[in-house]
Write a protein that binds this ligand. Structure first.
Ligand SMILES: Cc1cc2nc3c(=O)[nH]c(=O)nc-3n(C[C@H](O)[C@H](O)[C@H](O)COP(=O)(O)OP(=O)(O)OC[C@H]3O[C@@H](n4cnc5c(N)ncnc54)[C@H](O)[C@@H]3O)c2cc1C
Length: 425
C-alpha cells in the first residue's frame, strides 16, 4: 500500500473549490487566518454588526485546524502550582478555569441542534512511561486543586489492560471528561456558522503586510489591498514574516501523524477497548486514538526535528506505534501528514492587542478546545463586548533574546528529551 501525504481527515471530507469572492475595498474587520481561531472570532465581529472579511493564504484546513489529532482535553498546560507561583492563587485558579470554559464551550456547540463534528466523550488514557511518572501522576490525581477537579481514575499496570492491549505503560490515569472530534468537520461547522453570520471568507489570499492608515489599517494581500478599521492576526504556528513581533513570541513545532490501513473495528476495539484517546508521559509525547469510524488508529508525535516531508517520518512513527502494539508489526500505513503547532515561552495561549493589531494564538498543542473558545473571546474583545474578557488578558507575551522565529534551540532540547525518555527518567 502506498502512503498518501495527506491528512486522513481531508481524504474523507468533501472538497469544495477555493472561495475567492471579489475583494472589497473596505471592511470593518479583517481577520488573517481561517482556522478555528479566525473563524470563531469572525462570527463574533459579524454578529456584533461589523462587516468581516477572513483572509486565508491557503484553503480551509491548510493550517493546524485541518490536520490535528482531534483530541479534546482540559488544556491549560502549566500546573496550578506553577501558575500560583507566577501569578498568585486567585489568578492561577481563573487561568486554569479557562481550560474548563473552553471544554464546555465546545461541548455546548457539539450538542447544539443541526451540528455534527463527531464529538465523542469517551475520555483519555494517560499512560505512565516509567514507575516514577506513575507515582507522581497518581499523586497529582489525588491532590487536585479545589474547585478545579476533573473526573480521574488511577489504573495500575495490572489494571491497564481494560484500556489498552499492551504492557508498554506502567499504569496510568483515565480522564473521563476528555473527548474527541473529527477536526475537519469541526472546521466546516465553524466556517458555516461564520458565513451564516455574514462573514466573507477569501481563500488563496496571502496577507503580505498590515500598515497603519489613519485610524485604521491597510492590509496588502496577494489579491489587492483592503482597508479595515480593525485587524486580527490568527495565524498561530503559521505566523510568518507578517508580524515580526508575533513571530518572536510563538515557537512553531512540527507534529507528525499517520493513519493505519483499515484494521476493522473489532481489531481496533481489541487494541483500545474503550475507544479512548491515548497520550503518554514521555517528554517527547505521542498521542493516538481510533478513527471516528473505529476502523483505524490515528497516531501522532514529534517524529522529526527539521523534516518537512511527512513521508520521511513514516518509519519512525510506525516504529513508535509498534513499540506500544507489537501485534501491529505488519500493519500498513495509508496516510501521513505534518502540521505546525504554536508553543509559547510561558506555555500559555495569548490574546490581546499590540500596536493596535489584535492577536490570539499559542495553544501549545491544545487548540481543539482552546482556539474556538479564545477565538470567540478575542472577537468579542474587538467589538468591546464585556463577555470577551478572559483571565489571560494583560499577561505579558514573552519572547527570548536572539529568538527571531527560527527555534534553533529545539533540536538540542528534543535530543535531550528523547535521551531522558529512553533512559526512563
Ligand atoms: C499534527 C497536529 C496534531 C494536533 N493535535 C491536536 C489535538 O489532538 N488536540 C488539540 O487540542 N490540538 C491539537 N493540535 C493543535 C491544534 O490543531 C491547533 O492549536 C489549532 O488548530 C489552532 O487553530 P488556529 O486557528 O489558531 O490556527 P491554524 O488552524 O493553524 O490556522 C492558521 C491559518 O493562518 C493561515 N495563515 C498564516 N499566515 C497567513 C497570511 N500571511 N495570510 C493569510 N493566511 C495566513 C494559515 O494558512 C492557516 O490556515 C494539533 C496540531 C497538529 C499540527
Amino acid at each position: 500500500m502506498s502512503v498518501q501525504a495527506l491528512p486522513y481527515w481531508q481524504d474523507t471530507a468533501a472538497t469544495a473549490p477555493l472561495s475567492r469572492p471579489p475583494l472589497p475595498a473596505r471592511v470593518d474587520v479583517v481577520i488573517v487566518g481561517a482556522g478555528y481561531t479566525g473563524l470563531s472570532a469572525a462570527r463574533e465581529t459579524a454578529l456584533a454588526g461589523a462587516s468581516t472579511l477572513v483572509l486565508e493564504g491557503g484553503k480551509l484546513g491548510t493550517g493546524c485546524s485541518g490536520r490535528n489529532g482531534g483530541q479534546v482535553a482540559h488544556s491549560i498546560k502549566p500546573s496550578f502550582a506553577a501558575l500560583s507561583a507566577r501569578y498568585g492563587q486567585r489568578r492561577a485558579h481563573a487561568i486554569v478555569a479557562e481550560g474548563f470554559h473552553a471544554m464546555a464551550h465546545l461541548r455546548t456547540l457539539a450538542t447544539a441542534p443541526g451540528i455534527d463534528f463527531d464529538w465523542q466523550q469517551r475520555g483519555c488514557f494517560f499512560g505512565a512511561h516509567t514507575p516514577r511518572h506513575f507515582a507522581s501522576m497518581a499523586r497529582e490525581a489525588e491532590n487536585q486543586p479545589p474547585g478545579l477537579e476533573q473526573r480521574i481514575s488511577v489504573l495500575t499496570r495490572a489494571d491497564q489492560r481494560s484500556e489498552i492491549d499492551s504492557d508498554y505503560y506502567h499504569g496510568g490515569l483515565v480522564y473521563h471528561d476528555d473527548a474527541c472530534v473529527d477536526p475537519i468537520r469541526l472546521l466546516s461547522v465553524l466556517a458555516r456558522r461564520a458565513r451564516e453570520a455574514g462573514v466573507v471568507v477569501h481563500e488563496g489570499c496571502l496577507v503580505y503586510a498590515i500598515r497603519r492608515d489613519g485610524a485604521g489599517f491597510s492590509v496588502a494581500t496577494a489579491q489587492g489591498t483592503v482597508s479595515a478599521r480593525k485587524v486580527l492576526v490568527a495565524t498561530n504556528g503559521y505566523s510568518g514574516a507578517l508580524s515580526p513581533w508575533l513571530r518572536r513570541r510563538v515557537i512553531p513545532i512540527g507534529s507528525y501523524q499517520i493513519a493505519t490501513e483499515p484494521l476493522g473495528s473489532e481489531r481496533v476495539r481489541a487494541l483500545i477497548p474503550r475507544g479512548r484517546n491515548i497520550v503518554d508521559s514521555r517528554r517527547v509525547v505521542v498521542y493516538y486514538r481510533p478513527s471516528p469510524d473505529g476502523s483505524r488508529i490515528i497516531f501522532g508525535g514529534r517524529a522529526a526535528l527539521r523534516e518537512k516531508d511527512p513521508l520521511t517520518s513514516v518509519p519512525r512513527l510506525r516504529a513508535m506505534l509498534t513499540e506500544v502494539f507489537p501485534q501491529l508489526h505488519a500493519v500498513a500505513i495509508s496516510h501521513a501528514w505534518v502540521g505546525w503547532v504554536a508553543y509559547t515561552f510561558d506555555k500559555l495561549p495569548h490574546l490581546g492587542e499590540h500596536d493596535g493589531i489584535h492577536y490570539c494564538m499559542g495553544y501549545c498543542g491544545q487548540g481543539v478546545p482552546l482556539a474556538p473558545y479564545f477565538g470567540q473571546r478575542i472577537g468579542q474583545q474587538m467589538m468591546g463586548i464585556a463577555a470577551g474578557r478572559t483571565a489571560l488578558d494583560g499577561l505579558p507575551f514573552p519572547s527570548r533574546p536572539y529568538y527571531l522565529g527560527t527555534p534553533w534551540f529545539l533540536a538540542p532540547s528534543v535530543w535531550a528529551y528523547r535521551t531522558m525518555d529512553a533512559l526512563g527518567v
